[in-house]
Design a protein around this ligand. Structure first.
Ligand SMILES: [Zn+2]
Ligand SMILES: [Zn+2]
Length: 238
């Protein structure tokens, strides 16, 4: 999103950009950092990223106030306010990409997109989350039969590309508990997936696991591409 685009969407959900505490970057690909520099300058917002990612994206973001350059090591968790932030290394064709596990004493959120592979360390870090904001990028058949040139198909399918609908299901087969967790399928390809297909695929997996959405054993959503996703307020539930 551009700075302007982000401002417009925040307005729709009645969030003042000045109230944002931080921007967390996962990797330097342009579609993930586009508006970050502008928002940071305009509203004095700190930007968090690991050292290698900072180095790679610094030129693109242009001048950032040095107080807003927040660098972390991918191997180390850290506190931001009362939230413990645990970077989770992912497999993607960027310099040093990471997802995030965000937790406090009661709640845990995993934000994992842009990864061609999930290893046991990642599973270990993600388990018992209240929210899995999880990539469900493509339907393998749609991708294979679609219009992408072959090298790009290979890139997406590789272990440094993106998680397919099937990959997302495999992960939830390992981690799903049916204890009310929220699964938000995200980073859907516009060419090689549809929200209906991604939803149907995960629903089938949950059905097979005996996790019934109807009784709230889990919640399943697809993050919309161009609008804001649902807001989850965990503080209120405490
Ligand atoms: Zn990327
Ligand atoms: Zn991406």
């Amino acid at each position: 999103m551009s700075g302007k685009g982000t401002e417009a969407l925040l307005k729709e959900i009645h969030v003042d950009p000045r109230d944002l505490d931080a921007i967390f970057i996962t990797h330097e690909h342009k579609d993930h950092i586009h508006g970050a520099g502008i928002l940071s300058r305009k509203y004095n917002i700190p930007i968090f990223a690991n050292g290698e990612t900072w180095e790679t994206m610094a030129d693109y973001l242009k001048k950032i106030d040095k107080n807003n350059i927040r660098e972390f090591r991918i191997e180390e968790g850290f506190y931001f306010k009362d939230i413990y932030v645990e970077p989770v290394p992912v497999f993607h064709d960027a310099v040093n990409p990471n997802g995030y596990i965000l937790k406090d004493d009661k709640f845990k959120i995993s934000v994992v997109t842009d990864t061609g592979w999930i290893n046991t360390q990642m599973q270990e870090q993600m388990k018992d989350s209240n929210i899995y904001f999880l990539e469900s990028n493509h339907d393998v058949d749609m991708l294979k039969n679609g219009s992408y040139p072959w090298p790009l198909k290979q890139r997406v399918l590789s272990t440094r590309g993106h998680l397919s609908n099937e990959n997302a299901s495999e992960l939830i087969k390992q981690l799903g508990k049916g204890s009310g967790e929220i699964i938000v399928l995200s980073h859907l390809s516009i060419d090689n997936n549809t929200p209906e297909l991604a939803y149907k695929n995960m629903k089938k997996t949950l059905d097979e696991m005996g996790i019934e959405l109807e009784i709230g054993a889990a919640n399943l959503e697809v993050a919309p591409r161009y609008t804001t996703s649902k807001i989850y307020d965990f503080r209120r539930k405490k």
